[in-house]
Each structure stands twice: as structure tokens, then as C-alpha cells.
Design a protein around this ligand. Structure first.
Ligand SMILES: [Zn+2]
Length: 317
């Protein structure tokens, strides 16, 4: 197979779907982007197919990263996308729209894969990817290979319980890290605090920035401007992630933690350093070699990682 053949990498997020044509050296050539439809799986699949077709060159395979629980590499539930209430065999369904091999992965796994082949984690043997967004995603490289577990569901650090009987999580359970550190949960807590009489600039900044939501940009600005309530919520988020990441380090003896998502792009090494500090009290023994860095590919991590999955499938087919 010629290395010049292009694979389409698809990064499905809560707000946007991004598609790129990626060459074997992990460079992104053509790109296309659309808002993530809110009408459920069929609309999302139609949009992916349209974006891939709009790129012109026909890819040899398509890889898709999506914020859901991927079972057996094909079927998934996607609680963070609107009106996606049932399990969908995405490989079959997308296959009826695009007639090339289709690979599927969880968005955080795929994001870390992108960083591992072409970004902050190249050549590193044991890596945790921590993706801070609407939810908290995680991915793992163990012993020099991507690790997705028996059914493709590994790495769900956002649903590690950090406080037994704690806050209600988007997954319906209590005390998960995501219930304190995922943006959707943080917006819920912020709203409840405002209802209880606290003041914050978060919602005014949201309106000023003409965002429909408390995006990472809104949080970053509120923190920058010294908003007290935003600072408290963010401190809790970081402390919570420290418990989760510290526990993972104890379990897996890692070399590197890569932090991705909008806040990582906006805050850079400050965010990585804060999470590193928050882990320290929970670590069984000091690990001077353990590094904490932010993603270097930014938004491209998902597209490059998804294309890597697609290329691996095309090569093995
Ligand atoms: Zn949860």
C-alpha cells in the first residue's frame, strides 16, 4: 500500500465534528468541519459522511473518535451527544454511507493515540491521556501499545469514584471525577451556586463571548480575571483529578501524563503543573521521572489519532 494514500480521521465532539485527510506521516491535508447535529445518531452519521465526501480525495479508510463507550470496536452509546439514547452499531451504519473500512474509538483513546504517534507522547512507553472537556476522558498506552481493554472500554478515568456517595455524575452514579471536573457537571454546580445566592462573572462572560455554554474559553477568562466562584470550582476540579490521576499512577507506574482539551490549550503548562501538584499527596512513592505535559497537537490530536486507527484497519484488511 502506498504511504501516500490518505485516511480520513473524524473527531466527533459535543460542539463540532472535524474531519481531516491524513497521510501516513500523520500530516493533515484537507479539512472540513460542521456543527454536531442534535437530532440523534442518523443526523450525526449523515454529517460525518457528507464531511468525508466534501474532502474530494477518496480515503482508503475512515477512523472515527467519538465521546462514547465503544464496545467491541463497533457499537456505542454516547451519553454526551443530544438525542443519542440507544446503542448504535456505528461501523455498520456508517458503512452504508461510506464504502471503505471504518474503525471506531473513544475520543480520548483516539486523542492520546494521536499524541503518541505524532505529538507529546511519541516513543513513551507508559502514558495516561487525560482529556478535560464536557466530560473527563482518558486513554492509556501501556508497555508501548495502546490499551483499550477487553471490550474497548478501558481508560474511563472520568468515572473513577473519587468520593463515595459524592456528587451525581452524568453517568447516573455518584462521586465520579467527572461529577466535579467535567464542564457539564461544573456548569450544573455553578448554576446551583448562583441560585443559592453566590455571584460570579461566568455567565456574563458566556454572554459577552456569545457562547451558548460555559466553554473552556469562558472558564479560562473567568479564572484569569480572578472570579472567586470559578476559582473555587476549578480548585475542586483539579483536586479531584489529582486523586484520580494519583491512583492511576499507583496502579500503573507511568512515565507520562498528557493533558488535552480546550483548557489545556488555553492554560498550557500551568494546568499540567497544577494537576501534577494535586497528584503528589496521593502517590505511594515519589516518581521523579513522571512528567505532566499538555497536548501538542491540540485539536488535531483527535483527527490524527482517528486516522491512525483507520490506517491500521486498512493495512490489516
Ligand atoms: Zn460517572
Amino acid at each position: 500500500m502506498s504511504p501516500d494514500l490518505l485516511v480520513a480521521g473524524v473527531d466527533v465532539g459535543g460542539t463540532n465534528i472535524e474531519v481531516g485527510l491524513v497521510s501516513a506521516d500523520h500530516q493533515v491535508h484537507g479539512r472540513a468541519k460542521a456543527n454536531t447535529p442534535t437530532g440523534g445518531p442518523a443526523e450525526v452519521l449523515d454529517t460525518i459522511a457528507e464531511l468525508v465526501q466534501s474532502l474530494g480525495d477518496r480515503p482508503i479508510a475512515v477512523g472515527v473518535g467519538i465521546p462514547g463507550v465503544v464496545d467491541q470496536g463497533r457499537v456505542l452509546t454516547v451519553p454526551n451527544l443530544q438525542n443519542w439514547t440507544e446503542k448504535v452499531d456505528l461501523v455498520d451504519e456508517l458503512g452504508t454511507r461510506i464504502d471503505v473500512p471504518i474503525a471506531l474509538g473513544n475520543d480520548a483513546n483516539v486523542g492520546l493515540l494521536g499524541e503518541w504517534v505524532a505529538g507529546a507522547a511519541v516513543g513513551v512507553r507508559n502514558v495516561l491521556g487525560l482529556w478535560m472537556g464536557t466530560g473527563i476522558g482518558g486513554g492509556l498506552i501501556l508497555d508501548g501499545r495502546p490499551f483499550t481493554g477487553s471490550h474497548g472500554c478501558a481508560g474511563e478515568i472520568g468515572h473513577m469514584v473519587v468520593r463515595q456517595g459524592g456528587a451525581l455524575c452524568t453517568c447516573g452514579r455518584r462521586g465520579c471525577a467527572e461529577a466535579y471536573a467535567g464542564r457539564r457537571s461544573m456548569r450544573g454546580i455553578a448554576t446551583a451556586m448562583v441560585d443559592a445566592g453566590r455571584s460570579t462573572s461566568l455567565f456574563a462572560i458566556r454572554d459577552e463571548e456569545q457562547k451558548g455554554n460555559l466553554t473552556s474559553k469562558v472558564w479560562a477568562r473567568a479564572l484569569d480575571e480572578g472570579d472567586e466562584m470559578a476559582g473555587e470550582l476549578f480548585d475542586t476540579a483539579i483536586e479531584t483529578l489529582g486523586v484520580a490521576v494519583g491512583s492511576v499512577v499507583n496502579l500503573l507506574d507511568l512515565d507520562l501524563v498528557v493533558i488535552g482539551g480546550g483548557l489545556a490549550e488555553k492554560m498550557g503548562s500551568t494546568l499540567a503543573d497544577r494537576i501534577a501538584d494535586a497528584c503528589t499527596p496521593w502517590m505511594l512513592q515519589p516518581n521523579p521521572d513522571l512528567q505532566f505535559v499538555v497536548s501538542t497537537l491540540g485539536d488535531d490530536a483527535g483527527v490524527v489519532g482517528a486516522a491512525t486507527l483507520g490506517r491500521a484497519l486498512a493495512v490489516s484488511a
